[in-house]
Design a protein around this ligand. Structure first.
Ligand code: SF4
Ligand code: SF4
Length: 363
């Protein structure tokens, strides 16, 4: 249908104009990859991320079937924007006084807002264009659309694959041949059945670099992540104390982990973004551990206003910084750890006692 192909082309042009490097269309289907999602949840691999387990009134997992969760949706427009910057990768930083914050969290603006704003531009153009194409003044109301960044009832990366945006790598990230994997995804659900793209072929081949490099063995098999062991989960999502047996593997990671992307050959030539929102905030690339461990509530509020780092909360970030000190091998931290062992925050105090003991035992 000519109108549909025109609207499809318009959507893709609007995505490019809004700053997305990639955009594709997937039909709404119960794709085979989604069949593994209930097993992944049942095996506990989502850890404490209860939002992943949202269920409908029949008790079915919402993310397992968009068809059931949003019956009016016919297409998913998947847009991807590159957040890579020209700073070196985590695997090249070795200063024991400093730690690592995941690349995506350096941004000046929280990516949810930056991506959503761009999605809304695409959505607006599409609704307007659809209304014109159909030459029916009421169409704008009839077409249903909804934008999501991480919060929709779908597994975004599965739809990204079927929209041709990239393949799902063995590290479970979306990978694109030209852009690599430093991509934020945003989706627009549409009641219009747009022209679907061809799924992206898997180009991991015999490579296993990400699995071999993962310090906590969180990639339990190709394409399978046990979040409970993943440093990203432990440093961002995990509340309370981190199981002792997992602390050493966290190294000096403070918020997230980039290792399985840093080692991926498809990221070697990944371009850097020019989007101003994703340029690093001052001090977040390889920050000093003592700065974060001693951060006051006022400084946390001030420095991280509108930053993804807020998700870990001040207590979690300080816990992570103190744990990283324990893994640093740097005995210069001992006086500070002794002080923090009596911190008002029991989470920080417990982590400091563990870190102090570890540094003393190692010497
Ligand atoms: S993010 Fe880090 S801990 Fe998680 S799977 Fe990748 S390498 Fe492993
Ligand atoms: S490191 Fe290798 S196996 Fe892992 S995602 Fe990249 S290409 Fe695939």
């Amino acid at each position: 249908m000519a109108q549909i192909s025109q609207i499809t082309a318009l959507v893709k042009a609007a995505a490019r104009e809004a700053g997305f490097e990639l955009a594709g269309i997937a039909p709404v289907r119960d794709f085979p990859e989604l069949g593994h999602f209930p097993d992944w949840i049942a095996s506990g691999h989502a850890g404490d991320m209860k939002y992943m387990e949202a269920r409908d009134q029949n008790g079915s997992l919402k993310r397992a079937s968009l068809k059931a969760a949003v019956p009016w949706a016919r297409s998913v427009i998947v847009c991807a924007i590159n957040y890579n910057t020209d700073q070196a990768y985590s695997t090249t930083f070795h200063d024991p006084d400093r730690g690592w914050i995941s690349r995506y969290a350096w941004s000046r603006e929280d990516y949810h807002e930056a991506v959503l704003r761009r999605l809304r531009m695409v959505e607006g153009r599409m609704r307007k264009g659809a209304s014109t194409e159909y030459r029916a003044s009421s169409t704008e109301q009839e077409i249903q659309t909804r934008c999501y960044v991480d919060t929709g009832p779908l597994v975004e990366r599965v739809y990204a694959k079927y929209a041709g945006v990239g393949w799902i790598g063995k590290n479970t990230c979306i990978l694109n041949q030209q852009q690599g994997s430093w991509l934020f995804l945003g989706v627009i659900l549409s009641s219009l059945e747009l022209e679907a793209d061809v799924p992206a072929p898997d180009r991991c081949g015999s490579c296993t670099r990400c699995i071999d490099a993962c310090p906590t063995d969180a990639l339990i098999a190709p394409y399978q992540l046990d979040s409970r062991k993943c440093i990203s989960y432990l440093t961002i999502e995990k509340r309370g104390t981190i199981p002792e047996q997992l602390r050493e593997g966290m190294g000096r990671h403070l918020f997230g982990c980039d290792i399985c992307q840093d080692v991926c050959p498809w990221n070697r030539k990944a371009p850097a973004t020019s989007a101003p929102e994703f340029q690093p905030r001052e001090g977040l690339v390889n920050p000093a551990l003592d700065w974060l461990a001693e951060m006051t509530a006022d400084e946390f509020r001030e420095r991280f206003r509108g930053s993804p780092l807020r998700r870990a909360k001040r207590s979690g970030l300080r816990r992570n910084a103190v744990t990283a000190m324990g893994n640093s091998g740097n005995r210069d931290f001992l006086p500070l750890l002794e002080k923090l062992a009596a911190d008002d925050d029991p989470l920080v105090a417990e982590s400091a006692r563990w870190a102090e003991k570890k540094l003393r035992t190692e010497s």
